[in-house]
Design a protein around this ligand. Structure first.
Ligand code: SF4
Length: 153
């Protein structure tokens, strides 16, 4: 049997076809040339997003140089983090005896995740323990597995 191998077509982005030094050049003229080439690149946006996400310090990515990326990063709206509830706002309750029900002290809520046969089944987050236990029991019934943890009454 004869196998004919045809070469795979590989897409090269503009910076892979030109001299890569252009993208790391110190001269303004060459840097502007690299930026102009980037502006015609089909993956410009993705390339810039990648460099921003990974905080790449050097070179021109997606037509944007280090200084411009730094400026863009500073202009980004700051991530808002949910304030942590003050300790003592809601006392830690007794642990639930129902499988998969656990107290999340950070959120101050009950979470239900049923682990079975090496799989994790996320059920939800509940304010009330009774609701969490009901949801856990329903999921256990659906999975046809025992409801209570070993050792629980
Ligand atoms: S946008 Fe990114 S992938 Fe495209 S030419 Fe510029 S540096 Fe290369």
């Amino acid at each position: 049997m004869t196998v004919i191998l045809t070469p795979r077509r590989v897409t090269l982005w503009p910076c892979q076809r030109e001299d890569p030094e252009l993208w790391f050049s110190e001269t303004t003229k060459e840097r502007e040339r690299a930026k102009a080439i980037c502006r015609r690149c089909p993956v410009q946006e993705a390339c810039l997003a990648h460099s921003m996400t990974h905080r790449i310090k050097f070179g021109i990515w997606g037509g944007v140089d280090e200084k411009e990326r730094g400026k863009l990063l500073r202009q980004r709206p700051k991530q808002v983090t949910k304030p942590r509830p003050k300790s003592g706002t809601r006392p830690k309750p007794e642990p639930s005896g129902v499988r998969g029900v656990s107290w999340n002290s950070y959120k101050g809520q009950w979470t239900v995740t049923i682990r079975h046969a090496r799989e994790s089944h996320w059920v939800g987050v509940f304010d009330e323990q009774a609701d969490a236990e009901r949801a856990a029991v329903a999921k256990c019934n659906e999975l046809n597995i025992p409801t209570f943890r070993k050792g629980a009454a």
